[in-house]
Design a protein around this ligand. Structure first.
Ligand code: ADP
Ligand code: ADP
Length: 220
């Protein structure tokens, strides 16, 4: 059976940071809907132009195009054994669509790890986040996870920049959008006995360990 693991959490809870580490531990791809959108924006595709209008305002991209984009990514050969899903699903219709999609691939969601971080900590994380311009978008934090050379990615040497939607005006709105549209997934997955809560305020390696043991317990 393939292993599909959903990482759920507010913007900046640490989903992407953890998914990158877990990808290497478990050998499953890291599929991040935000990265897929930013890649489309970089290449100026039609989807990229559409998505940008929503992302810049801190709104969610409509479910239909988001689901189609993730379906396409999940149907690629490297996702046949499973994947870490980061930032998808973000609404109840997306979660329902995901159930259908994975059933097509002979799988299902194994576990939903809800990475919990209080609001005041989230805002510190959002405002200090810098990401690299390389294809893999490695993530740093000015205080909590600084690069070895200021302004440069440790892994590929590309320049670091701050995402437009991480700037102060959009931040608070993204947290509100999470509470309204994404928080209902906590109930959705609790009802299906798939939700595991992870304390996301611990240092990065401690969060990884908590996730690793929760995930290992569910693997086939
Ligand atoms: P973060 O990691 O900070 O939560 P993401 O990179 O996941 O941010 O997402 C950035 C933006 O991309 C979101 O604010 C939203 O506009 C859009 N987006 C990402 N994933 C989804 C999704 N599943 N549904 C709708 N919009 C999404
Ligand atoms: P998400 O993908 O959930 O939006 P990220 O993984 O991009 O979150 O993390 C947001 C910011 O917080 C980044 O700058 C990252 O370096 C930092 N960060 C992630 N996990 C931790 C942690 N456990 N402690 C301190 N800072 C963290």
């Amino acid at each position: 059976m393939p292993n599909y693991i959903v990482l759920l959490g507010c913007p900046s809870a640490g989903k992407g940071t953890q998914a990158e580490i877990l990808r290497d531990i478990f050998g499953l791809p890291h599929i991040a809907s935000g990265d897929l959108f930013r890649d489309n924006i970089k290449h100026e595709t039609r989807l990229g132009r559409l998505a940008k209008q929503y992302i810049d305002k801190g709104e969610l991209v409509p479910d239909g195009v988001t689901i189609d984009m993730v379906r396409e990514r999940l149907s690629q050969p490297d996702a046949k054994a499973g994947a870490f899903l980061d930032g998808f699903p973000r609404t109840v219709p997306q979660a329902e669509a995901l159930d259908g999609l994975l059933a097509e691939f002979g799988g299902r969601v194994n576990i939903v790890a809800y990475i919990q971080v209080r609001n005041e900590v989230l805002l510190q994380r959002l405002s200090g986040r810098w990401v690299c311009r390389g294809a893999e978008e490695h993530t740093y934090h000015l205080l909590f996870h600084p690069p070895r050379v200021p302004g440069k990615c440790d892994v590929d040497g590309t320049e670091l920049y701050q995402r437009d939607d991480d700037k102060a005006e959009v931040q608070a709105h993204r947290i509100q959008v999470f509470l309204k549209k994404t928080a209902p997934l906590i109930e959705y997955y609790t009802a299906r006995q798939l939700l595991v809560e992870i304390d996301g305020e611990q240092p990065i390696p401690a969060v990884t360990e908590a996730l690793r043991s929760a995930i290992e317990a569910t693997m086939g």
